[in-house]
Design a binder for this molecule. Structure first.
Ligand code: ACM
Length: 266
């Protein structure tokens, strides 16, 4: 089940959907890969400052322009794409990620743990964690701040995820150094696709995104990592079979050795 997978790290321009989509189109058409993860809110930018602009920029999933273009790209390039976008669903807005593949639209995940001022404009996700079975392994999705809650990756891993796609707009420094532990304890791959650049759309509250997108292996090793500020598409080989083996040594299996009867989760 070997596959080529990675991320496109770039600096989306706020509100300039066509330009941002053109950029990812050029990048994705330039490589051979089975799976590419794009950042959170890749088409719109991140720092919304009014409900009106959320309403103007968010889109239906499926059926919106951005999802339609991702479907077309996935089909044409024969690749899975996981991409963060602002979703409009009736009167509600979600911080979502869509998954598309050679077969077309596959589904959507709505971010469970909203970060900071996202809470002003978006509803907490109600999709629950989901995995998609594909020819390159089971793909699970979480979005940015979800990583801070170990339950997110544990839930996806217990559901059978081999590769966790992680569209992000990270501003805190902790994630790149912490994901190796999340991958090691769950024995899964994680592909964090972060963005670069700054947004300063609100007086006194500039946001600086940390880049450092990466692919981490089930061993906890960082296979590839971008720098803090480069716009770059990087891919590496992943092997979902490695995620299926939870055996640490002849006595310890990381999932079978769990003691849920002794854990407190509520
Ligand atoms: C984040 O969840 N965008 C930090």
């Amino acid at each position: 089940m070997k596959a080529v997978a990675g991320f496109y790290q770039f600096n989306p321009a706020f509100g300039e959907k066509e330009r941002n989509i053109e950029k990812i189109r050029d990048a994705l058409c330039s490589i051979e890969a089975d799976l590419v993860v794009l950042p959170e809110f890749f088409a719109t930018g991140y720092q919304f400052i009014s409900p009106e602009e959320v309403s103007e920029l968010a889109e239906a999933v499926p059926g919106g322009m951005t999802t339609d273009i991702l479907v077309e790209l996935s089909r044409k390039e024969n690749m899975y794409i996981i991409a963060g976008l602002a979703e409009k669903a009736g009167d509600a807005f979600f911080n979502s990620a869509v998954i598309t593949g050679p077969e077309g639209f596959m589904g959507c995940y709505r971010k469970t743990h909203l970060f900071y001022e996202e809470k002003l404009f978006f509803s907490p996700g109600d999709s629950g964690f989901r995995i998609w079975k594909t020819g390159i392994g089971n793909i699970g999705v979480m979005i940015c701040f979800d990583w801070f809650f170990p339950e997110s990756m544990r839930t996806l891993a217990l559901m059978g995820a081999d590769i966790i796609a992680h569209p992000s707009n990270l501003v805190l420094q902790h994630c790149p150094g912490s994901m190796p532990v999340r991958c090691l304890e769950n024995r899964v791959y994680a592909i964090t696709a972060n963005r670069t650049g700054k947004e300063d759309r609100k007086d006194g509250a500039p946001l600086e995104f940390i880049g450092m997108s990466q692919v981490v292996a089930p061993s906890g090793e960082v296979a590839i990592r971008a720098s803090a500020d480069e716009e770059i598409l990087l891919v590496t080989e992943v092997d979902a079979e490695e995620s299926k083996n939870k055996q640490l040594n002849e006595f310890n299996d990381l999932f079978r050795d769990r003691r849920p009867d002794l854990y407190r989760l509520r």
